[in-house]
Write a protein that binds this ligand. Sequence first.
Ligand SMILES: [Fe+2]
Length: 196
Amino acid sequence: MPAPVALAPRRPRTPATTALAGTHPAREHPGIARRSIALSSATRALSVERLNQIMADTMTLRDLYKKHHWQVNGPNFYPLHLLYDKHYTEQAALVDVIGERVQMLGGTTIAMAPDVAAITVVPRPPREREDSVSQLRRLLDAHEKVIDEIRQAARTTGEAGDAGSNDLLSGAVLQTNEMQSWFISQHLPEGPTAHD
Ligand SMILES: [Fe+2]
């Protein structure tokens, strides 16, 4: 008869994970579909809520870049026209990844403009054209507000044990916003001295 295999002791859960793992994985949180990814529905519901906030903010930033791409004028028209469209494309790519992550976790991604407008932290810009310096300052302010939300969401999902969401938020999402904020700051009149 073979000797019994010694099982490695189970790694204790962190306090944060224990607090959020009170719901058995098989018992679903309301509005959260079942997923077999070893995360409780309560943890996934928390991540979905945080990711949908970042989704709304990212969709708003994406659209703000396209607005400015179309409406920019003045002596820096050409480089700003191109830069805004590059950043728009990068934000659009983030929107798709965040939206799919929400669905992957069993949630329902926020998608339509009225729902986005209701929760985004980015202030609504005027419908009319703004001068290019106002556009840049608006974008810089929007990035800082969104980056603050991203950092909080990354912290929350990390502490809850959702490594995938934490990785997405603190990797691609945060670093794209930090990079874009830097590029935008360099085009401000005070940029080379105040934002070097
Ligand atoms: Fe265009």
